[in-house]
Design a protein around this ligand. Structure first.
Ligand SMILES: [Zn+2]
Length: 246
C-alpha cells in the first residue's frame, strides 16, 4: 500500500473533516507529551503456538499490564477486540507489518482500542456497500481503507484500524481520549476488502511537514498474552484479554 500517498490523502480527509465541522486533527494530538500508559521495561518470552485460549475476565476500570517482560522500548498492546473473544490471524503480515484478523463467529464484531490513547483520525463516511475490491487495482488509496480509525498512543506510536462497518454516528471522533478496550468500530468490509475483517497495524504517523504513515517493525511491539507476546502465527486463533473501560 502506498502509505505516503495515503498520508497525503489523510490530510485531505482531515481538512475535509475540519470543513465539515468536525474537530479534525486536535492540537492535543500533535504534541510529543501524551501520557504513555503501557509498561515498556520488561522482557519478552516467546510463547508456544498457537497461544492458549484464555478465559473471559471480569470487567475492570483499570488497565493493567502484566509483568511479563518486554525489552526496553517495546510497545505492548492488547488484541483489538473485546475481552474473551477469539479471532483468527489470516493472510499473514503484509504491507510490512500489517495484519488481518477475522471474527468468523459474529455477524457484528466489535473492534477495540489496543491501548490507551487519543483519536487522531476517524472516517466513517463510507456506506457498508462501499467496496473497492477488486475494482481499481491494488488497494493504495484512502478509499481503499474504507472506514478507518487511527489512534495515537504516544510519541511516534499510532495504531490503525481499517475496513470498519459504517456507523451514522462515529463511535469515536478526533481528539477524543480512549482507553484500552474502548470500542472504536465494528469489523466490516468497506474499502479494499474481500470479506469482513479487520486490517490492523502499529504505525508511525508523520503529520508535518509531509503526512504519511508506515508500519512499525514487528520487533518493536507485541501483543500482551499470558505467556509472552509477539509470537503471532498465521491461521492461529487468539483470544483477547482486554480490560473493559467504564
Ligand atoms: Zn490487510
Amino acid at each position: 500500500m502506498n502509505y505516503r500517498r495515503i498520508g497525503i490523502l489523510l490530510v485531505i480527509v482531515a481538512v475535509f473533516s475540519l470543513l465539515a465541522g468536525c474537530n479534525g486533527i486536535s492540537p492535543a494530538t500533535d504534541g510529543k507529551n501524551l501520557p504513555m500508559t503501557v509498561a515498556v521495561t520488561t522482557t519478552v518470552v516467546p510463547i508456544s503456538n498457537p497461544a492458549p485460549a484464555l478465559p473471559a475476565q471480569p470487567a475492570t476500570t483499570n488497565v493493567t499490564i502484566p509483568p511479563t517482560a518486554a525489552p526496553p522500548g517495546k510497545f505492548l498492546i492488547f488484541f483489538p477486540w473485546p475481552n474473551g473473544e477469539q479471532w483468527e490471524f489470516v493472510t499473514g503480515f503484509h504491507d510490512e507489518g500489517a495484519m488481518d484478523f477475522v471474527n468468523f463467529n459474529a455477524k457484528k464484531a466489535a473492534v477495540s482500542a489496543v491501548a490507551d490513547g487519543t483519536v487522531l483520525l476517524s472516517d466513517y463516511s463510507h456506506p457498508d456497500d462501499f467496496n473497492t475490491w477488486p475494482k481499481g487495482g491494488r488497494g493504495s488509496t484512502i478509499p481503499d481503507m474504507g472506514n478507518f480509525v487511527i489512534l495515537k498512543h504516544g510519541p511516534d506510536i499510532y495504531t490503525v484500524y481499517m475496513h470498519l462497518m459504517h456507523e451514522d454516528l462515529a463511535p469515536v471522533t478526533p481528539g477524543q481520549d480512549v482507553r484500552a478496550g474502548t470500542r472504536i468500530g465494528w469489523q466490516g468490509n468497506t474499502g479494499w476488502s474481500h470479506g469482513a475483517h479487520l486490517h490492523f497495524a502499529v504505525v508511525d504517523v508523520q503529520i508535518f511537514p509531509s503526512p504519511s504513515f508506515i508500519e512499525k517493525p514487528k520487533e518493536s511491539w507485541g501483543f500482551i498474552e499470558l505467556n509472552g507476546s509477539n509470537a503471532i502465527v498465521l491461521n492461529a486463533k487468539y483470544t483477547s484479554r482486554n480490560v473493559v473501560p467504564p
